[in-house]
Design a protein around this ligand. Structure first.
Ligand SMILES: [Fe+2]
Length: 455
């Protein structure tokens, strides 16, 4: 935490003590706001600019407003550009939570919880999806990054099909932007991975694998460099398929042994293509080479076992399988999120790395944002947020039919339904596969981003 500069004005004395608390110097002082009759630290946070979140309202910083281009004294951080400005020009800022759509506060500002209530688990990075909200602000930002990644994936596929040079640096920069958005709010990006359009399977699979790889890496507290590397490996994992005969890849029926051996070569082809590019790290190339290796040694191309498989390859393998299982493919219909987790769980230790499977399950949760569900009334709904303390009783939005399309209806907190004195509280009956009855998460996302939603 940056040190407070000297020269606080007299009027800021009360705030100074609030900031001492932020620095851990609580020292028995209780700063009281006489107007709203509550402690100041309940609504003001002193943060380093790197701690700012989208949706925070900055009401003060360590330089006069007159020295900035901001027209008013106070600014809403609604883009990463604004956050970057604060990072480049300030050593600390004061956030006013009362005026912030995003009420996020760092752990040091949260009231201590009694032990044994799951707080340790809730605050763990792997639970990050349960703590990040889906609303107009976060979804709009996520859609921008998703579309940028989408264009990049299409461009790469085109370059590959034309056997032209691949623009890996641009792909890497795009992944960097998505990684930044992922660290800000993973739930909105993970929600967008539920978009499954069969006609765009190849591009969408690459995008989804890249996003989910980065999300899981954030949950596992990998370094920023590793998060970006695994995102790029996820985006490029099947790159080598460009050198495999298209007839074989498109063949609807069972492959012959010779044909399957040819398909298996895509790992090595991709690895060799990436090795030629000096801007691609060895970690990324090795993850691409080893993404079909299995802990039991029955994978390919080298038949590696257990710890000999690079960690990044183990992560790509699990996420690749998860997204493929939950997508409609020519030879296999989409399975639900639950079914996919069940399949991965059964094959843990043999086909997939046990720790990575367990981590994916804890990261995504049993009802992850964007999951389609049927309630016990027969109504269809989509999961908005699923804080871990609510278990299987997330916040959902009811879906209503409008002609051919579906629209987001009322939001229902299934947790509060549970506490109602009802013999049959509203609850989830069944989890559905993505794209069920033509429900398009992409369209629903645009609806939600266009509407004014609460924090
Ligand atoms: Fe592959």
């Amino acid at each position: 935490m940056a040190k407070s500069p000297s020269g606080w004005s007299a009027g800021w004395g009360i705030k100074k003590r609030a900031c001492d608390r932020a620095n851990g110097n609580i020292g028995g002082l209780m700063d009281w706001d006489e107007f709203s009759n509550r402690p100041v630290w309940e609504y003001e946070l002193k943060l380093e600019p790197s701690e700012l979140k989208l949706g925070h309202f900055v009401r003060k910083m360590n330089r006069p407003w007159q020295e900035t281009d901001f027209p008013l004294q106070g600014v809403l951080v609604d883009s990463l550009e604004i956050k970057r400005w604060f990072q480049e020009h300030c050593s600390w800022v004061i956030v006013d939570l009362d005026r912030s759509p995003n009420k996020y506060r760092p752990a040091r500002y949260r009231a201590p919880q009694p032990s044994g209530n799951g707080e340790a688990e809730d605050s763990h990075a792997i639970q990050i999806l349960r703590r990040s909200p889906i609303n107009q602000l976060t979804l709009t930002r996520a859609i921008n990054e998703y579309q940028r990644l989408d264009r990049q994936a299409e461009e790469l596929i085109k370059q590959i099909e034309l056997s032209g040079p691949m623009d890996v640096p641009t792909a890497a920069r795009t992944v960097d932007h998505v990684a930044e958005a992922m660290e800000e709010n993973p739930a909105a990006l993970v929600w967008l991975t539920r978009i499954k359009r069969q006609d765009r399977y190849t591009a969408q699979h690459c995008i989804n694998v890249a996003i989910l790889c980065m999300g899981l890496a954030v949950g596992l507290e990998w370094s920023r460099k590793e998060i970006r590397e695994v995102g790029l490996a996820g985006l490029l994992h099947d790159l080598g398929k460009v050198k495999v005969d298209g007839e074989i890849l498109r063949k609807p029926g069972r492959l012959t042994v010779t044909e399957f051996n040819e398909v298996k070569e895509h790992c090595r082809y991709g690895y060799e293509m990436l090795l030629e590019d000096e801007l691609v790290s060895r970690n990324v190339a090795e993850a691409v080479l080893c993404h079909h290796e299995q802990p039991d040694g029955k994978g390919y191309p080298q038949g590696l076992t257990g710890a000999a498989i690079p960690p990044m390859a183990r992560l790509v393998a699990v996420v690749d399988a998860y997204d493929a299982i939950t997508s409609n493919r020519s030879y296999d219909p989409a399975r639900s999120h639950h079914e996919a987790l069940g399949i991965l769980w059964k094959r843990r230790g043999a086909q997939f790395d046990t720790h990575t499977v367990e981590s994916l399950i804890r990261f995504m949760g049993w009802v992850t944002p964007g999951t389609l569900v049927v309630l016990n009334t027969g109504q269809l709904a989509v999961v908005l947020e699923s804080p871990s303390q609510r278990g299987l009783r997330p916040l959902v939005a009811l879906l209503t039919r409008n002609g051919e399309d579906w629209e987001l209806g009322l939001s229902v907190d299934l947790d509060s339904e549970e506490s109602k004195q009802s013999t049959r509280p509203l609850g989830i009956e069944q989890v559905l596969p993505d794209g069920h009855q033509g429900i398009d998460i992409g369209k629903l996302s645009e609806q939600m981003a266009a509407a004014r939603a609460g924090p």
